[in-house]
Design a protein around this ligand. Structure first.
Ligand code: PEP
Ligand code: MG
Length: 587
């Protein structure tokens, strides 16, 4: 039966595919796709493990003392029966053969399906058989660990305590479009999906500017976050439509709905083709103002998409993605240098703004538990970004040296996140000087950098002149500026309705920052999600912004807005919007 689940729209477009659920009950089991030539091996692993469990239970039965309560023998009988249950075995084989799931994933998936059926049973005795099934599954899984999968290297990490998307990389043998549904996905795991072929994704939790959503947006696939109980309501293999624009999931759609969304999908494709024609058109407003359109990237390879979309540089390289999901092993100076250099060379002479590491909050490092940043109650207000860097000078110096060395190969801007205090500014600059001195001492070549600060806490936005004394340019991080001005956790869907970059207080901070930079002739960019939101383009232009940094996939749509804009007219209107009680209503 068709039903819909509502969440928050993350990225435009429509995806139609079968749901791949990241199993909620057994998140510690490796989940990955296997090629068609490996399905027999996986089925064999299940068979060997089931046989081993059958032997184990039979032995237990034989060894039961004569006076053991007869319930125990009966229970073991039930377990033996479950091991031969056709629904279980056939289901597992189906997931492996038809969906190319690895053995463990197939087992968990089928277990969840049957467990749901048990939950729905009227008879309490039968309902309780779910616990027996669970025990049998546990036993099989234990045995499977001993039966090596030829694909363990692909990422199957039995025993790991988190879901890892690299375990879910799709191979290109899939012919049915698949959409990923999960309770939550970490930003680092989300990044892994860039290499996969998922057509869309949905999560129960997350806000529109959570970093998971940001990475999804950068992938330019339809996505919905904050869909509350989607991962419970949607079953494995259900047909799901993800409407990334409306923030809706439609499950088990009727033929009429499917046809309508199929039409929408084709319309979206046509719109993309139309936008593609703007690739080589200069970003000039109707009154001749040249607007700088820059790219936000997470990894050096993203520069390909940036150049392709016609970005005139990288306005934000979120370097923390080089640091995340590595189980605490941070990238050394050389690895970082190579990554930054790759990004610089990828931009073919265009400038690259490398932001120093912004770890913390919803971007944990994934270090072993117990490290200092994991212990705090309010991570968004805790040891994050520059605070984290200044707390570990050797780590920070390593990154600074790597960036300075990379700057030898092209135009680099070095951007510092989340500064608030003059003392932090001074410490940061001292460490940059120290990094230069270290390179000088060892005769290592390095290049000049422009220094920039992010304005993303109200304290910074209210002291812009201080920042301009020390920095060559500023970049407004509207995602955090909104979060910290309104005291709204940007990753929390429960308060997402209050997260509003158009709140008069936020707009005032943005407008005043732009105005002060202009007055002093310093560069000012917006690099938060607002810059790539076409409903905000006119407002930002009216407030005087001339430099926007966004995901490459958003550049052409924003350019289209720019081509239609007249900044002289927008200026007057933007002042009215800024001064209004509810600016959002005027957009
Ligand atoms: C921002 O806060 O707006 C920003 C660009 O940084 P991030 O989203 O990585 O926190
Ligand atoms: Mg930020």
């Amino acid at each position: 039966m068709t039903f819909s689940v509502h969440g928050l729209a993350v990225s435009r477009g429509v995806a139609i595919g079968r749901a791949v659920l990241v199993a909620s009950s057994r998140a510690d089991v490796g989940q990955y796709f296997v090629g068609p030539d490996k399905t027999e091996t996986e089925i064999e692993r299940v068979r060997i493990s089931c046989n081993a469990v059958t032997d184990e239970i039979t032995r237990l039965q034989n060894d039961l003392p004569k006076d053991a309560p007869h319930e125990i023998a009966a229970l073991l009988d039930v377990h033996l029966m479950l091991l031969q249950d056709e629904q279980l075995i056939d289901g597992i084989n189906h997931w492996i053969t038809d969906r190319h799931y690895n053995a463990e994933w197939a087992l968990i998936t089928q277990y969840e399906l049957i467990a749901r059926q048990f939950d729905e049973m009227e008879d309490p005795y039968l309902r309780e058989r779910k616990a027996d099934l669970e025990q049998v599954i546990e036993r099989i899984l234990r045995h499977m660990k001993g039966v090596a999968s030829p694909l363990q290297h692909v990422g199957g990490r039995a025993g790991s305590s988190r879901k890892h998307s690299q375990d879910l990389l799709l191979d290109d043998t899939q012919d049915v479009p698949l959409v990923l549904v999960a309770h939550d996905i970490s930003p680092a795991d989300m990044l892994q999906f860039k290499q996969s072929l998922f057509a869309g994704f949905a999560t129960d939790v997350g806000g529109k500017t959570s970093h998971t959503a940001i990475v999804a947006r950068s992938m330019d696939i339809p996505a919905v976050v904050g869909a509350r109980s989607a991962s419970q309501l949607i079953k494995q293999d259900d047909w799901v439509i993800i409407d990334g624009e409306a923030g809706v999931l439609i499950v088990d759609p009727s033929p009429i709905i499917l046809a309508e969304y199929g039409f929408k999908q084709r319309q979206g494709e046509l719109e993309r083709q139309r936008l593609n024609r703007l690739k080589n058109t200069p970003a000039l407003t109707m009154d001749g103002q040249r607007i700088e359109l820059l790219a936000n990237i997470e990894m050096p390879d993203d520069t390909l998409g940036a150049v392709e979309a016609g970005a005139v540089g990288v306005g934000l390289f979120r370097s923390e993605f080089l640091f995340m999901g590595r189980h605490g092993k941070l990238p050394d100076e050389n690895e970082q240098y190579q990554a930054y250099r790759k990004a610089i060379e990828g931009m073919q002479g265009l400038p690259v703004t490398i932001r120093t590491v912004d770890i913390g909050s919803d971007k944990p490092l994934d270090r072993p538990a117990g490290k200092v940043q994991d212990r705090h109650l309010n991570p968004a207000l805790g040891l994050r970004a520059i605070r984290w860097s200044l707390a570990d000078p050797p780590m920070f110096l390593t990154q600074l040296r790597a960036i300075l060395r990379a700057a030898f190969h092209g135009r680099v801007n070095l951007l510092v996140p989340m500064l608030a205090h003059a003392s932090e500014i001074r410490q940061t600059l001292a460490l940059i000087a120290q990094a230069r001195a270290q390179l000088d001492k060892h005769g290592v070549p390095y290049g000049p950098v422009h220094l920039g600060a992010m304005i993303e806490v109200p304290a910074a936005a209210l002291t812009v002149p201080l920042f301009l004394r020390y920095f060559d340019f500023l970049s407004i991080g509207t995602n955090d500026l909104t979060q910290y001005t309104l005291a709204i956790d940007r990753a929390d869907e429960a308060v997402a309705h209050l997260y509003d970059p158009c709140h008069p207080a936020v707009l005032r901070l943005i407008a005043d920052t732009i105005a002060e930079c202009q007055r002093q002739g310093k560069g000012i960019t917006v690099c938060g999600e607002m810059a790539g939101d076409i409903t905000m383009t006119r407002l930002l232009l009216g407030l005087g912004l001339r430099s926007f940094s966004m995901h490459p996939s958003q550049i052409l749509a924003v350019k289209q807005q720019i081509l239609r804009a007249d900044t002289a007219k927008l200026k007057v209107w933007a002042q009215q919007v800024r001064d209004s009680e509810e600016p959002g209503l005027l957009l």
